[in-house]
Design a binder for this molecule. Structure first.
Ligand code: GLU
Length: 460
């Protein structure tokens, strides 16, 4: 049975790089009928926060990346780590190291001077000494002295690291707490992870982790190291490049399906498919087809995809989302939010943008001073005043509205825009909207005339 995991450190929000790694691990498990496990790597007590844990859980829930087991917390597994450390000591795979900081500094300095790479030289390896009273040694793993570690990474291909390059990793600190790399190994072992799919910033850790797994006589998982996501400038993606937190995309009105679609496609391709459902992705996904090199994040493409996905949604579903971006207290049946959504959905990139446009159907916008200055004058006011009359008696439908406006501008020798733009400003507060007749139809006669009257009264 295939078992994958996502193992974030809760030191911040769930960022889009993490979300993509999670998506790949999730999809791999789903495709193969396996299990997907969530593990919170919270052993770094100083940097881990409950808020970050919550942000990760919220992000996963919003994206719909459901897990079959967990969340497991490393801080709740301390006893198990202690047990495995003891086992490694008993089996001669680990040893106490009594070197002081000064001694280690001196050792490294000498190595540097001799032109060598600084590394622990294993001087306590043969001591075989249990700590006496008051002694607080660290515990190191006995890395093999010879041979090499071969990783047949499912994405990166074969990576070979000679054991001579690896020194004896500290697995327990002076206070007895286990170190990060060690906890990962014990967890992957206990959770019977078959495929470790993670960011390639962890590729360096893999040979050490494999050696520890071997010492535990564990069967080795397969590894797939997913390249980083970079900004357009080729730098590692950070806040500087805009939103990087998954939940920020929620707040900005992105659809989880669009974000997943974008992230899936970023660094992986299936022919020339750009828009696909999560189900299609799961069917098509091959971990070995993930690109070897880093991908560049393109916010414009994401916005485009979001727009396409918004268009594909039913008005009924979409309007429920739009609702969450609007203040409560409006009467969303007059006009119906579903109809407003239908009118606006072709034109927006985000649900939030849609909600902003929808808002003017439920509350009279205050006229924008700059626009008024630019488009309003005594003559236009006179036109608007005159327009009131034909509108008042009109059979209120899009086609008749259109005909009436056409007739009106024709009689007065105006272009359509000369009346449509000021009308938009008065009724909707901005110059942009779908076709004015459609907007007026939806807004209704009473509300349209009410807004017009209010404006004309204020202007008088
Ligand atoms: N906790 C690590 C991180 O957030 C991931 C470790 C792993 O996947 O092995 O980067």
């Amino acid at each position: 049975m295939i078992r994958t995991r996502f193992a974030p450190s809760p030191t911040g929000y769930l960022h889009i790089g993490g979300a993509r790694t999670a998506l790949y691990a999730w999809a791999y498990a789903r495709k193969h009928g396996g299990k997907f496990i969530l593990r919170i790597e919270d052993t770094d007590l100083e940097r881990s926060t409950p808020q970050s844990v919550q942000a990760i859980l919220d992000g996963m829930a919003w994206l719909g990346l459901d897990y079959d087991e967990g969340p497991f917390y490393q801080t709740q597994r301390m006893q198990r780590y202690a047990e495995v450390i003891q086992k490694l000591l008993n089996d001669g795979h680990a040893y106490y190291c009594y070197c002081s900081k000064t001694e280690l500094d001196r050792m490294r300095e000498e190595q540097r001077r001799a032109g060598l790479k600084p590394r622990y030289d294993g001087r306590c390896r043969g001591l075989d000494k249990k700590p006496g009273a008051g002694e607080t040694p660290v515990i190191r793993f006995k890395n093999p002295l010879e041979g090499k570690v071969v990783i047949d990474d499912l994405i990166k291909g074969r990576v070979v690291v000679s054991n001579e390059e690896l020194d004896d990793l500290i697995i327990a600190r002076q206070d007895g707490t286990p170190t990060y790399n060690f906890c990962v190994v014990v967890d992957d072992y206990d959770m019977q992870i078959t495929h470790v799919i993670r960011g390639d910033d962890h590729l360096n850790n893999t040979p050490r982790q494999i050696n520890i797994l071997k010492a535990l006589s564990a069967s080795l998982p397969q590894y797939a190291h997913v390249p980083m996501i970079l900004g357009q400038d080729g730098e590692r993606l950070s806040k500087r490049h805009g939103a990087v937190s998954v939940m920020q995309y929620k707040e900005e009105g992105y659809l989880p399906g669009a974000l997943l679609n974008y992230l899936a496609r970023l660094g992986w391709a299936h022919g020339d498919a750009e828009i696909f459902s999560l189900e299609e992705f799961v069917t098509w996904f091959e971990i070995t087809a993930v690109h070897k090199s880093a991908a560049k994040f393109d916010p414009e493409k994401l916005a485009w995809l979001n727009q396409e996905r918004i268009k594909m949604m039913s008005e009924q579903q979409l309007s429920q989302l739009v609702h969450t971006f609007l203040p409560s207290g409006f009467n969303f049946s007059k006009p119906s939010l579903e109809n407003v959504t239908k009118l606006l959905k072709e034109r927006v990139h985000t649900v939030k943008e849609l909600a902003e446009h929808a808002r003017v159907f439920y509350e009279t916008p205050s006229p924008n001073a700059d626009l008024l200055k630019q488009y309003m004058n005594a003559q236009i006011l006179e036109h608007l005043m005159a327009l009131r009359k034909p509108l008042e008696t009109l059979d209120w439908e899009r086609a008749t509205l259109h005909a009436a406006l056409k007739q009106f501008v024709k009689e007065r020798g105006l272009s359509f825009a000369q009346i449509a733009i000021p009308l938009r400003i008065v009724i909707l507060g901005s110059t942009q909207s779908p076709s004015i007749d459609a907007v007026l139809e939806l807004l209704g006669k009473a509300e349209t005339l009410h807004r017009l009257d209010r404006f004309l009264a204020d202007a008088a």
